[in-house]
Every structure is written in C-alpha cells, then in structure tokens.
Write a protein that binds this ligand. Structure first.
Ligand code: DGL
Length: 262
C-alpha cells in the first residue's frame, strides 16, 4: 500500500483526457497533473528537447513524492520513456497510438493514424507499425496546428474543423474504416471528427487502456492507495489556468488548479 500521489504529465491540457480515465478507474488515488503548456507543442520539437522536457517534468513530480508517473503524451512516450525508465526507480506508464487493435478489427485493412510529427517520426512508432499483421495499410497524417488550437481553447472552432477536413480527406477517400488518435489532445476533437467522418469509421484512442495498465502496475508493485476517501487532485499549469479549467465539465470546481512556472 502506498498513499502517495500518482504523477501525470503532458505538454499541456491533452493529458487530462487520460487523467479522466485514470480517475474513473482509480477514484481513491491522489493525483498531481502537470500541464507544460508553456512548452507545447512537443510534437514539433527535436527528440533531445522532448527528452529534456520529460526529465524536467519527471523531476518536478518526483519532488512532490509521486509513486508512479503516467506520461500522458504520445510524443513524450515515443521519444523519452525508454530513457526515463533507465534513470528513475518509479514505474512509468506510457501511451502509444492504438494501432494494433485497429489493425486487428479493420475490415478494409486500411487504418488512419492522426498524431504529432514527433510521434510519427519516432523509432518506437515505426517498430509498432513494423510488427503489424501483413496486409494492413497505414495512412499517417501529422496534425500540424491542432495542438495549439486546442491549447488556446478552440477545440470546437470552424478553424479546427477546416484543418481536420483537410487532414482526413485523403485517408477517408482511400477507404479507412478505423482512425487512431495518436495524441492525447485529440480526444477533445471527437465531436468534430464525428461530424466529418463517414458513420462507419471507428475512432480509437488509448485512454482506457492506459488507465487499466496504471491499475495493473500499481497492483503488481503493491502501490495502490488504501484510502476510503475519494482522491485529492492538484493540477499545475505553467500557462493559462482558465483554459485548463475549461476542460472539466464542472469548470474544475471540484479540483485544485493552480499556476506555477516550472
Ligand atoms: N499531447 C501530446 C501527445 O499525446 C503532445 C502534443 C504536442 O505537444 O505536440 O502527443
């Protein structure tokens, strides 16, 4: 048993989509969430920069006593998690585009992946794609500009919709029946994606799987909290507190959301 908090970090607000899944599955766990919005988007940065930012976030969370760290960012996972695991003792949970389940279920054998440049160019992503069943065609698309729009509270704007239409048109025309969301910011685009995609195209993200994996690793390492109360949650952003609050249905009223430069 260990009642220290779970640490979660992302390049910004996107990882809250993962945090919500974790909190739903593990409601008694305390959490600390770091939104490094000041340095977003990570997806346009070099691998070295992504590793350095991931180290900074990890050390901040370890300084707060976190018992496990969820890298709630595909870009940081695919570029930095191997390094983090060699440097720190705590367990790390990462997130990668859920290509495998999409490939297994696809009938058209054509799967679209929308992710950041940093994720799509990573070695980890390429080895995952390389291990897929033969005969699956992957249509990769970099979501340039989407993260800044979501970070500025414009996930549901006409500007975002126009960009998504441009990005999705070629893969839809090619006949995909699954779209994998390879960035934790993108679940916030699902309302627009549903307007744009033909009804038979399924959207897959990895949030639930990450929450299940977090629970399994806490159990395996005997790190689950034994608290009978609901967990307490502290969200720390180095940018706009009000924008972060906007990603919670109650406007973040039940959470502690504060600004800190880190
Ligand atoms: N939310 C992140 C991801 O899952 C990073 C997006 C970015 O900062 O480019 O990839």
């Amino acid at each position: 048993m260990d009642n220290h908090p779970i640490g979660v970090f992302d390049s910004g607000v996107g990882g809250t989509s993962i945090w919500k899944e974790i909190n739903a599955l593990l409601p008694h766990e305390d959490t600390i969430y770091l939104a490094d919005s000041k340095n977003a988007p990570y997806g346009e940065r070099t691998k070295e920069e992504i590793v350095q930012l991931s180290i900074k976030n990890t050390e901040f969370l370890l300084g707060k006593g976190c018992k496990l760290i969820v890298v709630a960012c595909n870009t940081a996972t695919t570029n930095a998690i191997d390094y983090l695991r060699t440097q720190y003792q705590v367990p790390f949970i990462g997130i990668e585009p859920a290509i495998k389940p999409a490939a297994l279920q696809s009938k058209s054998k054509k799967v679209g992946v929308l992710a950041t440049k940093g994720t799509l160019s990573s070695l980890l992503f390429h080895s995952t794609v390389g291990n897929l069943a033969e005969g699956i065609r992957i249509y990769e698309q970099v979501g340039t500009g989407l993260v800044p729009l979501i970070e500025s509270g414009k996930a549901n704007s006409p500007e975002t919709k126009a960009l998504l239409e441009t990005y999705l048109h070629p893969m839809v025309t090619a006949g995909i029946d699954y779209l994998v969301l390879g960035c934790t910011h993108y679940p916030y685009l699902i309302p627009l994606l549903k307007e744009i995609l033909p009804a038979h195209v399924q959207i897959i993200d990895s949030g639930e799987a990450v929450a299940r994996q977090t629970k399994a690793i806490l159990e395996k390492n005997e790190l689950l909290s034994n608290s009978i109360n609901l967990g307490t949650h502290h969200f720390i952003t180095n940018a706009d507190v009000e924008i972060l609050k906007g990603f919670f249905t109650d406007g973040g009223a039940s959470l502690r959301i504060t600004y800190q430069d880190f």
